[in-house]
Design a protein around this ligand. Structure first.
Ligand code: ATP
Ligand code: MG
Length: 582
């Protein structure tokens, strides 16, 4: 699909408004022509003394009535055309958001938030300008130019008109070149805007690190550089505009000069009347706006074209993870999981993160995954959530290849506590009920009690209405983790995944939560990822990952007997505990 078709699909929806807007524009342009004519008539009438007071009054009334029609018309075309372009902007923004929501997590690893935000704001704004004001400029300018020139030729003099218009033709030729150059400069400018937005966004999110490492000055310098770059790119645009815009004035001045000299001569020798000479001058002045409008329209179109290119880049990216054709709806997932020769290679890595994992987790059991940092524990559960694609036959849920389960069903049946437990800038209540559509306060409290966070929440002055995150209070690491656990428990899904979700809570609370989990999750599958053996020793199956390989599988007793990695980890941690107590 070309850029033009892309825009057209949106414009088509508003074709009636566009048609109405353009029609009113034409009416306004046509009505506009009568004002110089009326002034000419009055001038001639007064000069020849053929116009009496009544005649003047009736001309004035006509001018007034015309003025009123023009004002109404101008309101209407603004209403139709500006309104449509705003609606299109809104729809395009909705579509962009919907499209971006479909993109894989990998996409967000590779694209900067600030850059995406710039496309949502400044680029969309430029697109709106090119489908609203620019369209008006073009229509208005070309229709008005043609009508005015016809009037000049018909009502005044052909030769005079042609002479006055020649300089304006120069503008048309010049503007084609201008358009090409300015387009490139706009593209660079938008990139600079993206970089700047990105920089600001990252600095503010990372403000704690910046402060802790006393990097404010360095950040400021880097910001100044990005800001200067943005200014330079803006200046490059403005420099070109400020050369071209006065040139327009020169050309228009030239037309006026020709009118005065040659038109004056024609009036002197009596080829045209004084009134027509006056009217002609007004017509020449009426051409000033179309000329300027053409310049503006070219600016807006070039900018819009540069921006639409950046917006289409978003739409052109298709999610790699999507439902396959063979995906069939399942009623209910029981939570029986099998990994069969699971090997997975992350993009950009040469060694697989997971190597030939074979494991069966019957429905209703608890699987614990333990292993040193960077050994692929989070990757394993991300694969279960189908956040990355795996080859067919490697992961089975309830006897079905994960690739044949619709994404929505799969993810609806898994409750997940991510390692970074992100909370939204919203009330605690909404955060906890985030994954559930129908909920009541009782269910929320049940979930928070199980996650041992209820007491802390009610101790806040606003209780469950406390706003957390950027707009509200800052929760401690452990409070955040437990709120995240409550959010997952609220979902009550057949499969629950806790990715290192107890790392920031003390051992007593951990024990408490684990006991609650056991009760809550009876008969349902639970996957626990942890670094501490105390967290997982009661699990039915323990998987020890080392260098992406399933080194040991079994329950606590079996693994202790094996006398391998697990046992040495256990002993090491016991030793550490004892040392801590001493
Ligand atoms: N999206 C990604 N793209 C590329 N590589 C990744 C991605 N996510 C993780 N990795 C790599 O995969 C390896 C395993 O990471 P993973 O997050 O699964 O480890 P982990 O066992 O959960 O570690 P931790 O205990 O620190 O949470 C690491 O080497 C990491 O660099
Ligand atoms: Mg991890």
């Amino acid at each position: 699909m070309g850029t033009f078709q892309f825009i057209l699909q949106y414009i088509k929806k508003y074709r009636l408004q566009y048609a109405a807007g353009i029609l009113t524009l034409l009416v306004v342009d046509y009505a506009n022509l009568f004002i110089p004519k009326l002034t000419g008539t009055v001038t001639d009438g007064l000069a020849a003394r053929t116009l009496d007071w009544d005649g003047v009054v009736s001309c004035l009334i006509s001018i007034f009535a015309l003025g009123f029609t023009l004002a109404l018309g101008r309101f209407l075309w603004r209403y139709f055309l500006f309104g449509s372009s705003r609606s299109i902007e809104r729809e395009m923004r909705n579509d962009m958001f919907a499209h971006l929501e479909k993109m894989d997590v990998e996409y967000y690893n590779e694209h900067k938030t600030g850059d995406l935000m710039a496309r949502f704001t400044s680029d969309l704004n430029a697109v709106r300008m090119s489908i609203g004001p620019a369209v008006i400029c073009v229509f208005d300018a070309s229709v008005m130019t043609v009508m005015v020139i016809c009037q000049m030729m018909y009502y005044v003099d052909i030769k005079l008109t042609l002479l006055a218009v020649i300089p304006m033709l120069l503008i048309c030729v010049g503007e084609i070149y201008y358009g090409k150059i300015i387009h490139k400069r706009f593209l660079k400018r938008q990139e600079a805007v993206s970089d700047l937005t990105d920089f600001v966004q990252e600095s503010f999110s990372g403000v704690r690190v910046i402060k802790a490492f006393v990097r404010e000055r360095a950040e400021l310098r880097a910001f100044e550089k990005a800001n200067r770059n943005s200014m330079d790119k803006n200046l490059q645009v403005i420099r070109l505009q400020s050369v071209v815009m006065p040139l327009l004035d020169v050309v228009i001045g030239l037309s006026s000069l020709i009118t005065l000299v040659y038109g004056g001569y024609l009036a002197l020798v009596g080829d045209i009347t004084l009134g027509r000479f006056v009217a002609f001058n007004q017509y020449v002045n009426m051409l000033v706006w179309p000329m300027l409008a053409c310049g503006d329209a070219i600016n807006m179109f070039s900018q819009g074209a540069a921006s639409i290119r950046r917006i289409r880049e978003i739409f052109e990216e298709k999610p790699e993870i999507a439902d396959r054709e063979e995906a069939v709806e399942v009623e209910q997932i029981r939570g029986d999981i099998v990994f069969s020769h699971l090997t997975f290679l992350h993009r950009g890595h040469s060694e697989p993160t997971l190597k030939d994992i074979n494991l069966s987790v019957p429905a209703g059991t608890t699987l614990a995954v333990i292993g040193r940092t960077g050994n692929g524990k989070s990757t394993l559960v991300n694969l279960l959530l189908h956040l990355y694609n795996t080859k067919p036959g490697m992961i089975w849920i309830d006897g079905r290849d994960i690739n044949t389960i619709p994404l929505k069903t799969l993810r609806e049946n898994i409750a997940y506590v991510p390692q970074d437990n992100f909370l939204f800038s919203d009330t605690l209540k909404s955060n906890i009920a985030f994954g559930t559509d129908d909920w009541d306060m009782e269910a929320v409290v049940r979930a928070t009690q199980a996650a041992c966070i209820h007491e802390s929440i009610v101790a806040f002055p606003d209780g469950y209405e406390t706003i957390v995150g950027e707009r509200g209070v800052t929760l401690s690491g452990g409070q955040k983790q437990r709120s995240s656990i409550a959010r997952a428990l609220m979902k009550d899904a057949p499969i629950l995944i806790l990715d290192d979700a107890l790392s920031a809570v003390d051992t007593d609370t951990e024990e408490h939560i684990l006991r609650n989990l056991k009760e809550n999750r009876a008969g349902k599958t639970t996957i626990l990822i942890a670094h501490r053996i105390s967290t997982i020793q009661n699990a039915d199956i323990i998987l020890v990952l080392e260098d992406g390989e399933a080194k040991e599988i079994g329950n606590h007793e079996e693994l202790m007997e094996k006398n391998g990695i697990y046992r040495s980890m256990f002993e090491q941690q016991q030793l550490d505990e004892r040392e801590k107590k001493l």
